[in-house]
Design a protein around this ligand. Structure first.
Ligand SMILES: C[S@@+](CC[C@H](N)C(=O)[O-])C[C@H]1O[C@@H](n2cnc3c(N)ncnc32)[C@H](O)[C@@H]1O
Length: 171
């Protein structure tokens, strides 16, 4: 009986791992692989963001949802878009155990999402996608909104503030 149970668990784990790996390759093509931000970096992102209780925050490529759970107490809505279904399901599962109920994770490609109702974006994308993202942000985000980027910078946009590898851009 015990062996059956362990076998089923192992099958689920292998299924999860293979699905994660395949989608992670696709994520690299569409934006960036899953590399979670460190706790310290997330802290710096939050410091620079000056979050308000009225803010709708979007984490572009929300991974395991760690940023969403950190910012949820300080914003109106913590929204994530994640292309990898395994990560989207995983983060939704963990979110069920936190007390904040203003967290949403959408399993989708952020290039297809309109950004016009978002007040602040958190992003940890790779270098060769930043130009395309800059164009999208400037076209869709409303004046006064902000972008906080972990590690990578926009090449034609001077950050409003910069601290420990994190940059704040004002639209
Ligand atoms: C570097 S990780 C950052 C994860 C999380 N934001 C953090 O900082 O801990 C980038 C994430 O973006 C996701 N991703 C990449 N391209 C994407 C796209 N086009 N649309 C949605 N998610 C994407 C990846 O699957 C990955 O989870």
């Amino acid at each position: 009986m015990m062996y059956w149970f362990i076998g089923i668990l192992l099958c689920f784990f292998l299924l999860f791992l293979s699905s994660f790996s395949v989608w992670n390759v696709y994520a690299i093509i569409r934006g960036a692989p899953f590399v979670p931000s460190t706790n310290k970096r997330v802290g710096t992102m939050i410091d620079l963001a000056n979050l308000q209780k009225t803010d709708v925050l979007l984490d572009l490529g929300s991974g395991d949802g760690r940023i969403l759970r950190r910012v949820a107490p300080f914003v109106k809505e913590a929204r994530g878009i994640e292309i990898n279904p395994s990560l989207a399901v995983w983060s939704r599962m963990i979110n069920m155990f936190v007390k904040e109920k203003n967290i949403q994770v959408l399993c989708s490609d952020f290039w297809h999402q309109d950004l016009s109702d978002v007040d602040i974006i958190f992003v940890y994308c790779i270098d060769n996608k930043m130009n395309k993202l800059e164009t999208k942000v400037k076209k869709e985000m409303k004046p006064g909104s902000r972008v906080v980027s972990n590690e990578f910078k926009f090449s034609n946009w001077k950050p409003g503030q910069e601290q420990d590898g994190v940059r704040l851009y004002l639209v």
